[in-house]
Design a protein around this ligand. Structure first.
Ligand SMILES: [Fe+2]
Ligand SMILES: [Fe+2]
Length: 187
């Protein structure tokens, strides 16, 4: 079963449920940059782009404040379960990876045997400059993310606004982008 995401309805639903500032440090602009970081790293590390995309969309979706907010990753899991099969779907193996990445993403760990999980965590950490902190190689899990050029690009990207890319997750499928009209409705 190829992964599918009803991108605009999903983002609209996440916006409705989101309890922090939608355009703030942990809102849609951050999610989009996490996806971009993740797609780049996935290409270099051989990780799945659908996993990093779903991670980017959900990992901070259940935050209740802009601080450390312990447990916000685990809190997102029931929301994902609820929307799976309705606004997105992914095979069982991929879903288990997304859940694992989201549940553990805020604990500062790097030790994990799975490349998908490590790429997701790095994608998030590479967007740290939005709060003025340069990503430190020692806190990044993959060799690709530790490269100075990748960190430099992520720092430059950290002030950009959202621009999700939704690949057709079948191999070789085309990319679709969110249109200007949808962007205006989601901002
Ligand atoms: Fe988070
Ligand atoms: Fe995040």
């Amino acid at each position: 079963m190829p992964t599918w995401i009803k991108e605009q309805p999903l983002l609209a639903e996440l916006k409705k449920r989101f309890r922090c500032d939608w355009l703030g440090y942990h809102g849609i602009n951050h999610w989009s940059r996490v996806q971009k970081n993740g797609l780049i790293l996935a290409g270099k590390e051989g990780a799945r782009k659908d996993i990093v995309t779903l991670f980017s969309l959900f990992h901070d979706s259940a935050r209740e404040d802009e601080g450390y907010d312990t447990g916000h990753g685990i809190r997102a899991l029931p929301l994902m379960d609820e929307l799976r099969g309705v606004l997105f779907d992914i095979d069982e193996e991929g879903y288990a990876e997304v859940r694992e990445a989201i549940a553990g993403h805020s604990e500062g760990r790097c030790s994990h045997p799975g490349i998908h999980v490590k790429v997701c965590w790095d994608a998030d950490r590479l967007d740290l400059y939005r709060v003025g902190e340069e990503p430190q190689p020692r806190y990044l899990c993959t060799r690709s993310a530790r490269r100075q050029a990748i960190i430099h690009e992520a720092v430059k990207r950290s002030e950009t606004t959202f621009d999700f890319e939704f690949p057709d997750f079948r191999v070789g499928g085309p990319f679709s982008r969110i249109s200007a009209y949808i962007r205006s409705r989601l901002s």
